[in-house]
Design a protein around this ligand. Structure first.
Ligand code: HEM
Length: 417
């Protein structure tokens, strides 16, 4: 007999580290209780697991607020779950739009076109560095490729030198994934680690912003230095918060789409061979990787008023948790949702969210993923798992901390010529 729904574990970070995403529980809820009140953790929350309800809620930002809690962390983790600074991800209308519009013109497909060759070069160079070190052998794919690629891209956008990549990497881990004991400062709680890392990042960007104000360059920090809200320059606090969200939002997410994507290909070798044979399929393959890996596990919203969803009454002040990986396997939207198919089309996945807070960096992330898998498909002659992947202790970002692989790289024909 099936266990009572009340016993389903949906959000415990330790379970995510041990077993990965609870797809069986989500599948059951989609069928039996698509708007489900989970009381296993404090505070209780309403789990939304189907595509339709997640879209409907995300499209009503005045009724379902991102402040004060834009992501859910169980109280038992001893974390507040709140960012040290207010960033666009936890703002609501009408202020949210005004702040988002400061950076959004830089992230349109047209604006990013100028960056395409650069992103492609970064991905190619990272593989070439690995080849120079050792054209075949074993490595941790996360450390060698999946983590440095998005770091290098955001560093380029913000105008940061290569020697600062390790700092960006450490700050991201300590801010986004402090829930994982490995990424906490020794002896510190998750909140303390997150706060310290945020203050270090602020000090770094305060100094950089002062230099860019004096001598602007063609980068996002200079743009933020010039930006105005209601005719006045951005406050120092708002400028630093912007730097924080740009660094924090795009790193772990893209890293985990790359490592999760490779893992998906290792588990589906026929799909890997197909992408290697037909590189024109890459854009579709990337959408399928996003659907399949869904690196952001959930975002949360607070009901601003009493509402009813699918006949279930939700009261003002109650929390809703939007489980994107579940929506991305919704049988009502995707044919054969449990199959990983690089030619899937259409693919209306919600990996980037939807509506008011739709991922600002979606086009950039897609560009990085296409470049990453183009180079991997071209150069990886052989790849296989060389050990157990290690998952992140987090139910916010579905992460792979280590992906040990045995590999052999082909020489890069274009470099040789
Ligand atoms: C595969 C990679 C990525 C995934 C899966 C992802 C996913 C998401 C999701 C689910 C949201 C929240 C949507 C909502 O609340 O409705 C979001 C917001 C956001 N993302 Fe991404 N993201 C990725 C990469 C990036 C990159 C590369 C950047 C840019 C540097 C970025 C910047 C942002 C920002 C600034 C927001 C807040 C937008 C707002 O509140 O208006 N993301 N992302």
């Amino acid at each position: 007999m099936a266990a009572p729904l009340a016993d389903l574990e949906l959000i415990d970070p330790g379970e995510f580290a041990r077993h990965g995403y609870p797809h069986a529980a989500w599948r059951r809820l989609r069928r039996e209780a698509p708007v489900f009140r989970s009381e296993r953790h404090e505070p209780p929350f309403w789990a939304l697991v189907r595509h339709a309800e997640i879209v409907a809620v995300s499209r009503q930002p005045q009724r379902f607020l991102s402040a004060p809690r834009f992501q859910y962390i169980p109280a038992s983790e001893g974390e507040s779950g709140e960012f040290v600074a207010r960033t666009i991800i936890s703002m609501d209308p009408p202020g949210h739009r005004r702040y988002r519009e400061i950076a959004s013109p830089q992230f349109t497909p047209r604006a990013l076109r100028a960056l395409e060759a650069e992103v492609d070069r970064i991905a190619g160079d990272l593989l070439e560095e690995l080849a120079q070190e050792s054209p075949s052998g074993e490595c941790d794919f996360v450390a060698a490729f999946a983590a440095p690629l998005p770091i290098a891209v955001i560093a380029r956008l913000l105008g940061l030198p290569r020697e600062d990549w390790p700092r960006l990497y450490a700050w991201t881990n300590r801010i986004v994934s402090a829930s994982d004991p490995q990424y906490r400062d020794p002896g510190a709680t998750a909140d303390e680690s997150r706060q310290r890392a945020t203050h270090e990042l602020f000090a770094y960007f305060a100094e950089l912003a002062a230099r860019r104000r004096a001598a602007p360059e063609d980068d996002l920090v200079s743009l933020l230095g010039r930006a105005r809200i209601g005719g006045a320059p951005l406050s120092q606090e708002a400028l630093l918060a912007y730097c924080l969200i740009l660094v924090a939002a795009g790193n772990e997410t893209t890293r985990n789409a790359i490592s999760g994507g490779l893992q998906a290909f290792l588990e589906h070798p026929d799909q890997w061979r197909r992408v290697q044979r037909e590189p024109a399929l890459l854009p579709r393959a990337v959408e399928e990787i996003l659907r399949w890996t869904s690196p952001v596990v959930q975002m949360s919203r607070t009901a601003a008023e009493d509402v009813e969803i699918e006949g279930v009454r939700i009261r003002a002040g109650e929390l809703l948790v939007l489980f994107y990986p579940s929506a991305n396997r919704d049988e009502a939207v995707f044919a054969e949702p449990e199959r990983f198919r690089v030619d899937r089309h259409p693919n209306r996945h919600l990996a980037f969210g939807v509506g008011e807070h739709f991922c600002l960096g979606a086009h950039l992330a897609r560009m990085e993923l296409v470049a990453a898998f183009r180079h991997l498909a071209r150069r990886l002659e052989h790849v296989e798992l060389a050990g157990e992947p290690v998952r992140l202790h987090s139910s916010q970002v579905g992460g792979i901390k280590q992906l040990p692989v045995r590999y052999a790289l082909r020489a890069d024909a274009r470099r040789a010529s």
